[in-house]
Each structure stands twice: as structure tokens, then as C-alpha cells.
Ligand binder design. Structure first.
Ligand SMILES: [Zn+2]
Length: 260
């Protein structure tokens, strides 16, 4: 019995390697300030540069999340691809991450909590003891600069970052549609990618996914781990959380992700 299970797993892995397969990476902040209340959310600038070096050297096709949704819809996904994503909408995504993405000619997707734009109070309330050095969200003007040029796709992450599954469906719809409208009015173009706040199995429901689709988003990301392969549900795109680690550790993590 074990032999059969083992062989089936090997065959599945082999088939996976033959077809298109991709990984979506989930970052939050790129900053050297590891004194913040949530250091696990930060990757240092030097380590992020090393991660980008690995991605550039290993020749994965780097795509944005909207490209993955398009590829799933048309059946034309790249052979081996990686998407770099950031959650919440921190100012350091513009100040630290974008210049490094430009240096390596790579692209990314940033999921923005629209009610936090220019409103540090929303991020501060996440901390048990609000601190002066709480990470700052993007301002409206900074969001425009981040979206400028198309290297960074802007996606939605609700208006106030609630745990959606705990809200009524009407409240969920309001969080999702107002976020889309807010961001689109600031950057002057439509947004199509979404990430559920917190993103775990219990943090969204089938109704949440329908509300996201009905609002006009073509995909939604979660935070549980897994690869992107053809025919998966675009409203449950799995991601791998990347912690602060060296380029060597990142390269080994990436190999494990694709060999899983
Ligand atoms: Zn978030």
C-alpha cells in the first residue's frame, strides 16, 4: 500500500514538472527596521536584493497576479513562473522594494488596504501597544508613484482589513467594492487582483469568493501554501510566505517549493 502511495506521489510530481507550474511569494515589508512590533513581516533590503538575484539567475518567468488569472482563463500559463506579492500597502514597498525591482527588471503585485492610505491609525490599531515607529502605510500620492510605469500591479486587500468571514455578506461586499473603487479613483485605472486579509482557511468563505468575483476581480490570493497549476480555482491562489533570510536560504526554500 505504501509502495502504491509513494509511486502515485512520484508520478504526480513528474507530471507536475512537465506542465506549467508556478509559485506566488508573499511579502509584507522590505525594511531594515527590525525593531518594529512585527519583525516577522519585514525582510531586510539586502536580503530582498539577494532574493531578486536568485530569481533573476534561476530564470523563472516573473509575472504579476493578473497574468496568472489570465493564464488560468486562457490555458496559457508560462512553463515555470513566480509572482512576487506584498500585502497591506506599506510605504517601504515604494521606497525600498520598487527601486530594487527596477534594478533587476522584475515586476510585482501589491495588495493595498485602501482605508489605510495616508491613515497610519489603521495600521497602529493592529498593535497591542501602539508605537510611534509603527510601519507607515502608503499615502495617496505614493500609491500613484508605486503604480506608475506598470512594474507594480496594484491589487485590493479590502478597505479596513477585517476578518471577512466574520462579517455579514453585505458588509463583506462593501469592504471589497469600496476598496476597488477607492484605489481605482486614485490610480486612474482598474484593478483586477485581490488578496483576502489574513488569508487562512477560516478567514474567507465561498460567499466571500463570490463577492470578490462579482466585484470584478479576476483572482484572489490566500496565504496557505501551494503551487499554481492549470485548472485551479483562481479565487484561491495559494502563496508561500517568505521570511527574512539570506539568498542561499531563499534559493533552497524555492527549490523545496517547486519539488513539493
Ligand atoms: Zn494583510
Amino acid at each position: 500500500m505504501n509502495w502504491f502511495r509513494h509511486s502515485a506521489k512520484r508520478i504526480k510530481r513528474h507530471l507536475l514538472r512537465m506542465g506549467p507550474v508556478g509559485a506566488i511569494l508573499c511579502y509584507h515589508r522590505i525594511d531594515d527596521d527590525d525593531n518594529s512590533a512585527q519583525p516577522k513581516l519585514s525582510v531586510s533590503c539586502d536580503n530582498f536584493r539577494q532574493h531578486l538575484q536568485v530569481l533573476a539567475a534561476e530564470r523563472y518567468e516573473i509575472v504579476q497576479v493578473r497574468d496568472i488569472a489570465d493564464g488560468l482563463a486562457t490555458g496559457c500559463l508560462p512553463h515555470r513562473f513566480v509572482a512576487i506579492t506584498f500585502d497591506d500597502g506599506y510605504a517601504d514597498n515604494l521606497l525600498n522594494a520598487k527601486p530594487l525591482l527596477e534594478e533587476f527588471g522584475l515586476c510585482a503585485t501589491v495588495f493595498v488596504t485602501s482605508g489605510a492610505l495616508g491613515n497610519p491609525a489603521l495600521f497602529k490599531k493592529w498593535y497591542a501597544e501602539p508605537r510611534q515607529d509603527c510601519p507607515r502605510p502608503l499615502t495617496h500620492d505614493e500609491l500613484v508613484l508605486l503604480a506608475d510605469g506598470g512594474r507594480v500591479e496594484i491589487g485590493g486587500h479590502t478597505k479596513t482589513h477585517p476578518l471577512l468571514a466574520h462579517l455579514s455578506i453585505a458588509e463583506q461586499c462593501s469592504e471589497i467594492t469600496s476598496c476597488k473603487a477607492d484605489i481605482e479613483s486614485i490610480i486612474g485605472r482598474s484593478i483586477v487582483s485581490f488578496a483576502y486579509p489574513y488569508g487562512g482557511h477560516d478567514h474567507y468563505t465561498d460567499e466571500t469568493a463570490s463577492a470578490v468575483r462579482n466585484a470584478g476581480f479576476t483572482s484572489a490570493c490566500v496565504t496557505h501554501a501551494g503551487l499554481v497549476v492549470p485548472h485551479i480555482d483562481p479565487y484561491r491562489l495559494r502563496r508561500h510566505t517568505i521570511l527574512d533570510c539570506s539568498g542561499n536560504e531563499f534559493a533552497s526554500q524555492l527549490r523545496k517549493i517547486f519539488d513539493a
